[in-house]
Design a protein around this ligand. Sequence first.
Ligand code: BGC
Length: 331
Amino acid sequence: MSNRKWNIGIAILFIVFSSLLLSFFLSTLRIKDLLQPILSSEVSQKPPYHIVLISQEIDNPYWRSIERGAKDAAFEFGMELEYTGPFRINPAEQMKLLEKAIAAKADALLVQGLSDPQYIDLINKAISYGIPVLTIDTDAPSSRRLSYVGTNNFDAGKVMGELVAEAAGNHGQIAALIGNEQAPNQQLRLAGFREVISRYPELNLVEVRSSNISRLQASGETEELLQHYPQLNVMVGLSALDAIGIAEAAERIRPKGLQIFAFDALDETLELIRSGIIHSTIVQQPYDMGNEAVSQLNDYLHGKELPVQHYTKISVQGQKPFVQENGETSP
Ligand code: BGC
């Protein structure tokens, strides 16, 4: 082959090779362009803010309302809300769930306040790990929780006292059921109630028992109380299911002239008010508690200072309807 032919061959090869190299280079640039948005969204897409709400009892209708309020607010703020709690009231399990949520590095916690020092330590531990904690429904003011969202329970107990005194005509025998011996909200309600009742010398609180937030137990305790105190003219339930249990027992035993007072506005309670079996109920706002607690967390994340307590409203619903509200926010 002549030199000229060789040169032409080499030139053709060079052109083919160069155009292949160029097209390879151009496709690499194009692939890079196509991948860019995917790569950058992967880097910037943070997982949603994960809040854990621990209830006193998972399927209790009152706590389900708190859950609904919290979930609605979480949806509004693009957060994720995990709702959990013991199957049956069990403070030790509540504590374990709190421990678990801290270990799983939840972004924030909404918990019922309990007075157990170990539980208070756990709230403080979460805070020291940088996990914001708010108490809901029941406060734990001795802990380092950021804020409390719920009823002013002492005042609610006082409202119940006034209601009972008025309906009983300032005299008679009263028995009360509380949800749980250790729950600080129940003790506060009872203290407020006692404070008012002690002003009436002819009104006597003869016994207080625990329902363990079970309507069945409330009904059983009521049966015993009615047998023990045949003169009883008032029974008060200081947690959501108590008066429903009291009413069940009263329907069986049919004591004369017994007036029943309730807490909360579960459908059954309202039905028993309509049918004249329950006299009145103190209505808390569990939906608002859940909603407000998540909205406060959102404020906190945006650098706002939270109030130490945010009291949700209460009102009275019953035979003689009147509304008394005490919703307020204290700094
Ligand atoms: C109380 C809650 C309790 C619920 C039980 C409510 O009145 O505020 O603390 O868990 O009753 O049914």
